[in-house]
Design a protein around this ligand. Sequence first.
Ligand SMILES: *[C@@H]1O[C@H](CO)[C@@H](O)[C@H](O)[C@H]1NC(C)=O
Length: 403
Amino acid sequence: MAMKSLCFVLLSVLVAYYVYKPLPDNMEEKWKIMLIDATFRSLGHLGNLAEMFGVKHYMDVMMLLTYAEHTEPTSDDHVTVTDTLFSDVPVRLYIPKGKSNALKRAIIYIHGGGWCVGSAAMKPYDHLSKQSAHTLNAVIVSINYRLAPKYHFPNQFDDVYNAAKFFLQEKVLEKYSVDPNRIAASGDSAGGNLAAALAQMLLHDPEVKVKLKIQVLVYPVLQGLDLNTPSYKENAYMPLLSRTLMVRFWSEYYTTDRSLFEAMMSNTHISSQDAHLYKYVNWSTLLPGDLKKNHVYKIPDNQNTAFVKKYPGLLDVRASPLLAEDEKLAGLPLAYVITCMYDVLRDDGFMYVSRLRKAGVHVVHEHYDNTFHGVLLMNSGPFPLSLADRMVDKYLNWLDTNL
Ligand SMILES: *[C@@H]1O[C@H](CO)[C@@H](O)[C@H](O)[C@H]1NC(C)=O
């Protein structure tokens, strides 16, 4: 009996030790966040083990969460949900059931997951899309683009682009009773990256007559040149998206070859030959003073040009929308950008906001100073966060007013 109690105490201590993580003072609902993070971290550890023993690729294990949260397309009283193909790209379509003949608004939604995991059919995404369709009486097109490690850049972008371009045809919009002047692209994390790139490419595509009215970028990834910005350094071990995981996502976007991952971890994947591009991602000029703190700006001093030669996508604006010249940014649609303080990607968002504003683009920047990456989707599941509800409400309110 004493032995059993001792084991129980020891086990509890171990679990508490594993789950406990010191978090910033101003984060709300810390224990829930720790439990969410511990669950996610365990999956990561399992992925590392599986990879170490050569059983599975790390991302195949991370993908288990996507499968676990898979939902079939399910219509309800307000919204009809179907899976279909737009230009051979799978999309999940949400059509509000309202009787009115008036034209509807539309959102092209692009899910996150580091270009490697996630799906429009995942419970939190499916829920957000249904809620958006119902609340805004809008058609939602949620794109299931192909994922790494099986497919690499630019397949993910191409799928998003092709599906969006198909939808933006006048005859297709007519079929779904969509107002061509009231269409947004929206995405979170890697989806925000694809949404930003989509908005840039659509703007300059002469074949596309219908243009976006709005781009929504929720804690987006916007550049892969400098993986040592102050936010990468300060938030390297914050919940959900560690620096290591983000770098892993970046490298998998291009290749499964681990040498790129190692180079990106040490921020030596770009050579000084391409140093001229750093002005587009110079956090020393693009970040507000209170985020720069006492970090010292320096561009990598590195002579190895091999990676850029092998993976030219590293310098491609469709992967790093921050690399666009000012003239290419001018004329982009109204942007709603969400950033979170304790997120490695915080500075990507801040830098894009600065650059868009300098180019004359209207930006509404919603910065949450008390939370971490991924929080928008935490309003369901076993540990729902109240901040997630508030963020979604604000997001939908803003779209309702502006779209
Ligand atoms: C970055 O900005 C700083 C000024 O804040 C400047 O001294 C430096 O030359 C810039 N570097 C690049 C690569 O643009």
